[in-house]
Design a protein around this ligand. Structure first.
Ligand SMILES: Nc1ncnc2c1ncn2[C@@H]1O[C@H](COP(=O)(O)OP(=O)(O)OP(=O)(O)O)[C@@H](O)[C@H]1O
Ligand SMILES: [Mg+2]
Length: 432
């Protein structure tokens, strides 16, 4: 309701009134900003206005208190920067921009009177241990390792009795879901809410109808209805992926290296994944993606990456046009062992099985890459027309990073161990 529609009633001030000249929340954002709790968890559909709402929250805290030490965290520094820049825009709009001291490197940092604001990525690892914060806002919290929240963010609030906000699109039944459920059950003073994309009036008319046609029902329910769905049709279980996430990779990065290359086709990306280690214990050390680049430049880019990893072996997609690209790569890298894999239903099933195995064993360590995590979340196994299962991205999503990672996993050496040979249950049909 607007103030004028309330003319007959005494006006009750709202928390977000001080922002009125620059920004007004929609109804869902208003509910979130008004909620009075130290720990808020909000599960939202994509484009709902999460980043905008978090920026408003940060600025309101600055306006309401004489001092604060706030921290913004997101899976990547680029995402954290986006939120930080939105805060700057709001401060500029309020005429406070010129009073702020902004530093952009090594990470965004702002000082405004007695207020400090820092933006950090999910790769921050040990960097923040020992620091204090009065308020922490975590954007896309479902895509960060749980340890960042419980072992790094929460202890930073211990001495300040500070506030924590987790906001995200759901990512299955993982830690974000557990925190959200605490709010549902009214435990520990946690406030939680659920907000489908349709709640935002800023979504263009027809956008959601088009998305509903383009992507699978399951993906639509997760991405736009913000439902916590897990497992049905999913190849990589959230709990298994989450177990593999780390804030920092152990040093030093050592051989052996196994590199997977998935060549892009129509509307796809070329993706490259570099693993170090073996099938019992490995880590994802580099992940790259490129699109709309001529073949020659793609080969040059792959060669440049490979040259950084001494003695690396490669496993490349050799299907269709990929066969030609793989041939060119072999000529450019005569010293490296290179295997070409032609995708058929059984070979793809075996490839994906190998990666699922690594996740289930907790043998892989990786930092949270939001694109990869979204691809893993929407990688499905569905019945194909020939009766054999099809392993691929849900309609509307990519799977090039997953396939590159699976190719790299296939090339990993197997350390001799009776335990590895005998343990575990393979979930998918294989071609070997
Ligand atoms: N209260 C608001 N007033 C005006 N525009 C808004 C408001 N809330 C959101 N928007 C606009 O809606 C769009 C989506 O907002 P935002 O980026 O905050 O959403 P998001 O949920 O973080 O999206 P994503 O899922 O892509 O991360 C942006 O263009 C943003 O400026
Ligand atoms: Mg956002």
């Amino acid at each position: 309701m607007t103030k004028s529609s309330l003319a007959a009633f005494p006006y009750v001030p709202e928390r977000f009134d001080p922002l009125e000249s620059v920004w007004r929340p929609h109804a869902g954002q208003a509910r979130f900003l008004q909620a009075d709790a130290r720990f808020k968890v909000l599960a939202c559909g994509r484009r709902w206005g999460k980043t905008d709402a978090c920026a408003a929250q940060v600025v309101l805290t600055m306006l309401e208190r004489p001092s604060s030490r706030q921290l913004i965290v997101a899976p990547t520094l680029d995402q954290a920067r986006l939120l930080f820049d939105r805060v700057l825009e709001l401060l500029d709009g309020l005429g406070l921009g010129s009073d702020s001291l902004v530093r952009r490197t090594p990470y965004p940092h702002l000082r405004l009177g007695e207020h400090r604001l820092m933006a950090r990525s999910g790769h921050l690892g040990r960097a923040l241990r020992g620091n204090e914060a009065t308020d922490i806002v975590i954007d896309e919290a479902a895509f960060l390792p749980e340890a960042i929240i419980t072992e790094i963010a929460m202890p930073m609030l211990a001495t300040t009795a500070g506030s924590l906000i987790l906001i995200s699109t759901p990512n299955g039944h993982n830690h974000f879901w557990r925190f959200h459920s605490m709010g549902d059950r009214g435990e520990h003073g946690v406030w939680s809410a659920h907000a489908p994309t349709s709640e935002s009036p800023y979504i263009a008319p027809g956008f959601l109808e088009v998305q509903r046609e383009l992507i699978s029902d399951r993906a639509f329910r997760v991405e736009y209805l913000a439902e916590f769905l897990d497992s049905v049709g999913r190849v990589f279980a959230t709990h298994a992926i989450d177990r593999c996430l780390v804030a920092t990779l152990p040093d030093p990065i050592e051989p052996p290296f196994s590199i997977g290359v998935d060549w892009g086709r129509y509307r796809d990306y070329t993706a490259i994944a570099v693993l170090s280690g073996n099938r019992r214990s490995c880590q994802l050390v580099e992940l790259a993606r490129m699109s709309d680049v001529p073949w020659r430049d793609q080969i040059a880019r792959v060669v440049a990456i490979v040259s950084r990893y001494k003695g690396a072996s490669l496993t490349c997609d050799g299907t269709g046009a990929g066969d030609v690209a793989t041939g060119l790569l072999r000529e450019a890298l005569p010293q490296n062992r290179l295997e070409s894999l032609v995708f058929t239903s059984p070979s793809k099933a075996s490839l994906v099985d190998g990666l699922a195995w690594l996740f289930e064993q907790g043998a892989l360590r990786m930092r949270p890459d939001p694109e990869l995590m979204r691809e893993l979340q929407h990688f499905e196994c569905r019945p194909g027309s020939s009766g054999s299962p099809r392993f691929e991205a849900a309609p509307g999503f990519h799977d090039d990073l997953v396939v590159a990672l699976a190719l790299a996993a296939r090339g990993l050496p197997t350390p001799y161990s009776a335990r590895i040979a005998l343990s575990g249950v393979r979930r998918f049909p294989t071609d070997d």
